[in-house]
Design a protein around this ligand. Structure first.
Ligand code: ADP
Ligand code: MG
Length: 291
């Protein structure tokens, strides 16, 4: 792995949690601030950059490689909103092959094509599916491709569980040159306690929350227009939230090796929160707090 050109940032999280939405808005915000940005979708779903390129067709790296012809950068990239260079690694033929290995092949090809030497990006964002951080999906944080990772999580247990799994992978690979953790991006917040649950998880694992994105119709509406919030609703409160998050991610150098919670402790931690929420719902008040 040669010297990195630009800051390379991996964004992980369980499927459907809002990785692509968040990553695309960060890319759009960074582009709006004048930076050169590449976004690489590392999810077999290959929809990471949809809202940056107005849903314009973009062949995936793996599909292009399968054709057998020599692949050029133009074949597998499209310039999207604000000049963001959009790339999708793609995935194996459904039911055959390993999606993780596809990421590896895609990243290797991009290096061979000298993408970074030619484009000279300020930021490269990798949008990586991370329900299970198997060997392949860990490639961006394992092999020195990125030096920093964020995880998108809601307060749902499965999202936290997936984040905790990512922390295990970072914990394993960071000491030998793998990426460190920049923080947790809290997405899809609706209930008041969601923020507290995520903050508590972040504190317990030795990291912090990088930003809070409430659930909002503005996000859904922008997606229906095939655009990021930054492009479709630049004056909205959510655009401001994404710009603040982008600034944080761009500037944050507080990168840590997190301490994942063990399986029994995680279950216990979740049960405690279950009790607290139950008490909220049922109006049970701790007598001392009530005085
Ligand atoms: P992932 O990339 O993690 O699979 P997506 O970014 O594709 O997830 O998001 C899944 C769905 O959730 C999309 O339809 C997206 O518009 C929606 N979504 C994500 N974040 C928010 C939010 N803060 N408010 C409302 N909808 C959201
Ligand atoms: Mg996605």
């Amino acid at each position: 792995m040669g010297e990195r050109i630009g800051k390379h940032i991996a964004i992980y999280g369980k499927g459907g949690i809002g990785k692509s939405t968040t990553t695309s808005n960060i890319s759009a915000a960074l582009a709006g601030a004048g930076y050169k940005v590449v976004q690489i979708g590392c999810d077999p779903k290959s929809d990471s950059t949809n809202t940056l390129r107005g849903n314009r067709y973009l062949p995936t790296v793996l599909d292009s490689m399968r054709d057998g012809n020599a692949v050029k950068l133009d074949d597998i990239s499209v310039t999207g909103f604000g000049g963001v260079l959009c790339i999708e690694s793609g995935g194996p033929v459904p039911g055959v092959g390993c999606a993780g290995r596809g990421i590896n092949a895609a990243v290797t090809l991009l290096q061979e094509l000298k993408l970074f030497e030619e484009f000279r990006p300020d930021f490269v964002l990798y949008d990586v599916l991370g329900d299970v951080v198997c060997g392949g999906f860990a490639v961006p944080i394992r092999d020195g491709i990125t030096d920093r990772a964020y995880v998108v999580a809601s307060s749902d247990f499965m999202a936290i569980y997936a984040a905790n799994n990512l922390f295990k992978a970072i914990n394993k690979y960071a000491p030998t040159g793998g990426a460190r953790l920049g923080g947790v991006i809290a997405n899809g917040l609706s209930a008041g306690y969601s923020k507290s649950i995520i903050d508590d998880f972040a504190a317990k694992t030795g990291t912090r929350t990088a930003g809070y994105i409430p659930r909002s119709l503005v996000v859904s509406q922008s997606e229906l227009y095939g655009k990021t919030v930054i492009e479709a609703n630049p004056d909205s409160e959510h655009a401001r939230i994404y710009r603040d998050l982008a600034k944080y991610v761009a500037e944050n150098e507080n990168l840590v090796i997190p301490s994942p919670i063990g399986p029994n402790d995680l279950r216990e931690w979740a049960r405690d929160w279950g009790d607290k929420i139950y008490n909220l719902e049922t109006g049970v008040v701790n007598t001392r707090e009530a005085i």
